[in-house]
Design a protein around this ligand. Structure first.
Ligand SMILES: [Zn+2]
Length: 418
């Protein structure tokens, strides 16, 4: 991908009304575009990150036997009446059709997935089963804020599992917990598992996954020495107390919730009359767990956790490109020609070796401008080809998360493909 052909060019200044690092940098770099409060378009480079995040989630969930489906965002009111949530969920977007039928725009999908899975489950032999989707969700927030962290339209992965007994559900719940930690780690995030109250619909327990960052909106009591953490809303301890897991000193910190998991028990299966026949021929109600990850929110959280005062610093597995290639023109046309030839060869070789390259190929931009854009966009590796680097028969290579650049000899550049 080249700068000159990229639709969404970065802007020189940050948006004046950005209330968080993710809003500021993602918009300034041209990764997302705000359409209205809490609603964003995803532009080429931002969409690359989002797709990478989604694919990490897919790989890890497929690996634990969950099956991907896609359910409608438009949901009939009747289903929400059955669970009593039409008037209970205050963030539910409600719309009326020309024929006066009422619909909800899904903020979650228990009202669809429960009867759907129920229509395929007849016997205990059909259980356990788990399905997930990656889909756009809607929340009628009073106040959208914090860039893509809390929007009215957002991406989410929601997984639902169905079981014959509590032990089986708990085993799967633990498996998902460990899988989530793997997913977040691959996204460059160190998440804490936080015990929480579980809102209004959980019978037994629920857990949140929190990224600890000053930009967070939740108050967490966390141990700096181990994974122990509690949401302050339900915490029985206070900052300074000894960690019950390791004895460390608990700290009060801010977190961004990037995932949550709930034991739903029979709440939804009962409401929809879902039954299966057990080993003795008796009709039983299956129990259910649900597990969410905000995909667009995850992208925002990565920016909150990985940036400095110059811009974003993408962890390599989710970066929109591996390499940010910068060419600096020389006043000497012959040298400029050589710079272009070297960069062109490098671009081709890197792409051929499976590396994604973003090339700032502008002829009319200054060195300062180009390096500023490289820092703002935050690709993991910056490669600079200039008259200065060619004088040393090399290219200048710098990692975004390190201060020092080094010259790599032109005969030695295959080392970059490793
Ligand atoms: Zn501890």
């Amino acid at each position: 991908m080249k700068y000159t052909t990229l639709l969404s060019k970065p802007s020189k200044t940050a948006p004046h009304d950005a209330d968080s690092a993710n809003a500021k940098y993602l918009m300034q770099a041209g990764f997302v575009h705000q359409e209205m409060a809490g609603v964003y378009s995803w532009l080429p480079l931002g969409l690359r990150v989002l797709k990478k995040v989604e694919n990490i989630i897919r790989e890890e969930l497929d690996a634990i036997g969950a099956q991907e489906i896609l359910m409608p965002a438009l949901q009939p009111k009747e289903n929400w009446d059955k669970t009593g949530r039409w008037n209970e969920v205050d963030v539910l977007f409600k719309i009326k059709s020309q024929t006066d039928r009422e619909y909800g725009l899904g903020p979650t999908h228990e009202e669809i997935v429960t009867p759907l899975v129920g229509s395929f489950v007849n016997s205990y032999k059909d259980l356990p089963t788990a399905v997930y989707q990656i889909q756009t969700k809607y929340r009628d927030e009073l106040r959208a804020k914090s860039g893509i962290l809390r929007g009215r339209e957002f991406g989410m992965k929601d997984l639902y599992s169905f079981h014959t007994n509590q032990e089986d559900l708990e085993e799967y719940y633990e498996l998902v917990k460990q899988t989530y930690l793997k997913i977040f780690k691959r996204c460059g995030l160190d998440a804490k598992i936080v015990e929480s109250s579980g809102g209004d619909f959980t019978k037994k327990y629920s857990h949140e996954f929190q990224v600890i960052t000053p930009a967070g909106e939740d108050d967490i009591l966390a141990c700096p020495d181990c994974t122990y953490a509690q949401n302050i809303e339900i915490a029985t301890m206070k900052a300074g107390d000894a960690c019950p897991a390791c004895g460390g000193k608990l700290e009060s910190v801010k977190g961004i919730e990037i995932g949550n998991i709930f034991d739903l028990n029979e709440k939804f299966t009962k409401a929809f009359g879902v039954k299966y026949t057990d080993e003795n021929g008796e009709q039983k109600t299956p129990i259910m767990g649900c597990y969410g990850i905000g995909t667009t929110r995850l992208v925002g959280s990565i920016v909150e956790a990985h940036h400095d005062d110059k811009g974003m610093i993408w962890p390599s597995e989710v970066a929109p490109a591996d390499v940010h290639l910068v060419t600096l023109n020389s006043k000497d046309e012959a040298v400029s020609e050589r710079i272009r030839t070297v960069a062109d060869g490098l671009y081709g070789d890197l792409e051929k070796n499976g590396k994604k390259v973003f090339w700032d190929d502008r002829e009319d931009a200054s060195a300062g401008e180009k390096l500023g854009v490289a820092d703002l966009m935050g690709m993991p590796l910056r490669i600079l080809v200039s008259s200065k680097s060619l004088e040393q028969n090399g290219i200048e290579v710098k990692r975004r998360d390190e201060g020092e650049a080094k010259i790599v000899n032109l005969d030695n550049i295959s080392s970059l493909f490793e």
